[in-house]
Design a protein around this ligand. Structure first.
Ligand SMILES: [Zn+2]
Length: 436
């Protein structure tokens, strides 16, 4: 049997595959076991307030001897990087030139950044690596940003409609004449501190590592062979944050803050599908953010790539078919049962990690929380953030076919001022058939 206990770059210790490129034998470096070269890796002390004390996250594959994390950058897009390398258009050892890429607006540091309990799924220093780790970059460490912050103008036709209806005003600052919204936006890649993630889920670290290893088809052997590596960059979608108004207002106790935490729904968010309330609720959230920003505060939209309750779009479309073809048609009283039949669970979003992004932003109080989800509300308040008011979606924004979803959710515990429908009334809420 091949000895895998050492995986240095030296040919005598590594593995040689039978494949050849350009006539040369290809050398494969296994990362699954500690190696002599691994001793050059810097330790990570998760939860330290000083970024140098905490240590950089080194997860690039171009810097094997300094790697101190499992997985790599760009989430699922790492696979596209592999295609670019395989097809010969990208040098595998390319290093990014970070000139002029620093955040357009400063965010943090906040006390939460130095609290190992508050943030377990984001590197709070992820936007600042070019600055705080400059000495290490100069020494040749390949440290990459996992957060980028920039400015933009955005436009949505529903908001122009809201101006025409008199609900919103163009103030020339938050909303420019013509409806352009001035925003600061941040893109965030997940960086998981595995002991902290396990604790949030109520699992042991060992069980979490084993499940991650198995359910990705054995994609990251270090999850089970390298318990010394505590940080994992998972191959999943990340988060985008849109901030309206003054970024400094987010942490100012004297100024109001509106927040919507939105989980991706491509069918509704982008294509306007009428089977759910996602885009109408997102737009309603942005309206609340504009009002709050114009009142001297700030508004924050957090957009998570958790398509179809993190079940993915294939499962989601299968469920749509099952709902509409079931005996009696698409009904609110059978809404969750159909999802569970196909997916095995009603929801895979695990809001336990969601509040981390709010703690990265330094949020301690939300004046207007634009969501009816009890799971989101509970996760945020449990993490120590106060929620003053919960804002439900106005009835006139709910598409007719989406009544099934919203009434089923209210019956399951979503926030509602009027209370949920009775069981009999719930059974009367029906959606369109599959071919209507
Ligand atoms: Zn939706």
């Amino acid at each position: 049997m091949t000895d895998l206990t050492d995986s240095t770059n030296s040919p005598e210790n590594g593995l040689n595959s039978n494949s050849r490129t350009n006539g040369k034998r290809r050398h494969i470096v296994l990362t699954s076991h500690p190696s002599r070269s691994g001793t050059q890796a810097l330790p990570i002390r998760w939860g330290q307030a000083d970024p140098l004390e905490r240590g950089p996250i080194v997860a690039t594959v171009s810097d094997p001897k300094h790697r101190n994390a499992i997985g790599t950058h760009s989430g699922s897009y790492a696979v596209y990087r592999a295609l670019a390398v395989a097809s010969g258009v990208l040098q595998p050892d390319h290093r990014p030139d970070l000139t002029n890429t620093a955040p357009a607006v400063p965010i943090g540091p906040f006390p939460s950044w130095g609290d190992a309990q508050k943030i377990v799924s984001i590197d709070p220093f992820g936007a600042l690596v070019g600055d705080v780790y400059q000495p290490l970059l100069a020494q040749g460490f390949d440290i990459r940003p996992t957060i980028a912050v920039t400015n933009a103008h955005i436009q949505m036709p529903e908001l122009n409609e809201a101006v025409r209806a008199g609900r919103l005003q163009e103030d020339g600052k938050v909303m420019k004449p013509g409806g352009d919204l001035v925003v600061t936006k941040a893109a965030i890649e997940p960086v998981w501190y595995l002991p902290g993630v396990a604790e949030r889920l109520g699992a042991s670290e060992e069980d979490l590592r084993y499940a991650l290893f198995e359910q990705t088809g054995g994609m990251f052997p270090e999850l089970v062979t390298r318990p010394d590596l505590k940080v994992f960059l998972p191959p999943i979608g990340g988060i985008t944050v849109y901030i309206l108004g003054d970024v400094a207002a987010i942490t100012d106790p004297n100024r109001p803050l509106a927040v919507r935490v939105h989980d991706e729904c491509n069918g509704s968010d982008v294509f306007g599908s009428d089977i759910c309330t996602c885009r109408p609720y997102l737009v309603h959230g942005i309206e609340a953010c504009i009002e709050t920003a114009q009142a001297g505060g700030a508004g924050v939209i957090v957009y998570f790539r958790k398509e179809g309750r993190a079940l993915g779009e294939v499962t989601k479309f299968l469920v749509y078919n099952a709902r509409k073809r079931q005996e009696g048609g698409d009904r609110a009283d059978a809404y969750f049962a159909r999802t569970e039949c196909v997916a095995g669970v009603q929801d895979m979003r695990f809001q336990e990690l969601m509040p981390d992004v709010l703690h990265w932003l330094g949020v301690t109080r939300i004046d207007r929380f634009v969501s009816m989800s009890d799971m989101k509300y509970n996760a945020i308040t449990k993490s120590g953030i106060e929620i003053v008011e919960r804002v439900p979606i106005p009835d006139d924004l709910i598409p007719a076919d989406a009544r099934v979803e919203i009434e089923a959710k209210k019956a399951a515990g979503y926030y509602t001022a009027q209370g949920p429908l009775s069981e009999e009334d719930l059974a009367l809420i029906k959606g369109r058939g599959l071919v209507e």
